[in-house]
Design a protein around this ligand. Structure first.
Ligand SMILES: [Zn+2]
Ligand SMILES: [Zn+2]
Length: 400
């Protein structure tokens, strides 16, 4: 009896873990075409909405961006069709008082773009981005920057904000515990080639069992330099780096600020080189019924049976005659390379995540760069790098 009770308890625990990921996994329960049918974009079958934005950009309220008015950033974001925007001024440049600087700037307003309440939490142990769907007391986060990590994590939870680690491997590397953050900047600025270290940090965190969202951020500081000295200084960033280089797409349940933040926390996130680049979407069919029942960010118990994964590129700027290279990363290592064409921009692969181990899969896509007419030259900084998905997870602890 005792053995049976243990087995039953284990089964019960198993079913609880399967049924309680952060997001429902069976998101495509209805209206999916039959196996083998040519599939329309999956997003149209679900109740969510893809929304794009930039999560890291500096305005004139940062002392190193004094020539970048809020209105100029907002109007470019509106022109290129951004859905949301995070202006992240350095909080230490205003002694933590973001609330009476960036957020009360008369130009901090848009009828088209959802402006989030954000700041770059700038400390001598590294930088983070605070992200909120509503105003919050940023001064409190600034004031605990030199406290122990447990105090900072509790302050973040008290404030009800999303905290993200910025450029984790850089001159201002993030040296706090990653247990206090909800996401990590894995693609900082248009210069993709500088992000190898950030990706390495991310894969290490994913291997540790954390489901930590990877996101982008242009970290753009200047439209044009104020002075010749700025133009030649190491901290000056080329004008080719601007709103949306890269662009972070989130799959939000509704077109609201809170849904954007929730999607970011839940890993329903895809990063693209610029606002016009194709978006990579990544799905899985866990139960083999031919319908995709997971998307990036989702976590499920592995059954030990094969899982079919689908990668698709979406957007009006796919080049029909071009070929795109998809690198599949499994548990931090190279798993497969797929080639897809612009004419039929999707591919599938199959693998069997072990029933008794944690496993994650994510994809990176390269191909011809997409022009960004408002920011000419950004293509040459991002090169052939087009997009990056968040992982699909198996057997990750939902509480971690
Ligand atoms: Zn920074
Ligand atoms: Zn920054």
């Amino acid at each position: 009896m005792r053995a049976l009770a243990i087995v039953l308890a284990a089964l019960a625990l198993g079913s609880v873990a399967t049924a309680a990921p952060r997001e429902p996994t069976n998101i495509f329960a209805t209206n999916m075409p039959a196996p083998g049918a040519s599939l329309p974009p999956v997003a149209s079958l679900d109740s969510g909405v893809w929304m794009k934005g930039d999560l890291h950009i500096h305005s004139r309220h940062s002392k190193d961006s004094s020539n970048n008015p809020v209105g100029k950033i907002v109007s470019l974001a509106e022109r290129v069709g951004m859905d949301y925007l995070c202006i992240t001024d350095h909080d230490n440049h205003v002694d933590g008082d973001i609330a009476h600087n960036t957020w009360t700037d008369p130009e901090f307003h848009s009828d088209k773009v959802l402006l989030l309440w954000c700041a770059e939490w700038t400390t001598h142990r590294g930088h983070g981005t605070s992200i909120s769907a509503k105003p919050y007391d940023h001064q409190r986060l600034y004031d605990v920057r030199d406290k122990r990590d447990a105090v900072i994590g509790q302050t973040k939870r008290d404030l009800g904000i999303h905290l993200s680690a910025n450029h984790p491997e850089s001159g201002n590397a993030f040296t706090f515990s990653y247990d206090i953050v909800d996401s990590v900047e894995v693609w900082n600025s248009a210069v993709w080639a500088n992000n190898a270290g950030n990706i390495r940090v991310w894969d290490g965190l994913l291997k540790s069992g954390r489901r930590l969202t990877g996101r982008g951020g242009s970290d753009s500081h200047h439209g044009t330099p104020d002075t010749p000295a700025q133009a030649t200084s190491l901290s000056y960033q080329a004008p080719e780096n601007n709103v949306g280089t890269p662009t972070t797409w989130v799959y939000a349940k509704t077109r609201t600020r809170q849904a954007v933040v929730d999607a970011l926390t839940n890993g329903r996130v895809s990063i693209a080189a610029n606002p016009y680049s194709p978006r990579v979407e990544f799905y899985a069919d866990r139960d083999g019924d031919g319908r995709m029942d997971m998307m990036m960010g989702d976590n499920a118990r592995a059954s030990g049976k094969p899982v079919t994964f689908r990668v698709q590129l979406t957007g009006p700027n796919l080049q029909p005659t071009a070929s795109y290279t998809v690198r599949v990363v499994k548990n931090g290592g190279k798993f497969q390379t797929l080639t897809i064409s612009g004419a039929k921009p999707e591919a599938q692969f199959t693998d069997t995540p072990p029933a008794d181990l944690r496993t994650y899969y994510r994809v990176e896509v390269e191909g011809p760069a997409t022009p960004y007419p408002e920011v000419p030259g950004s293509m040459k900084l991002s090169g052939t790098m087009l997009g990056l998905s968040n992982p699909i997870y198996f057997n990750y602890d939902p509480k971690f």
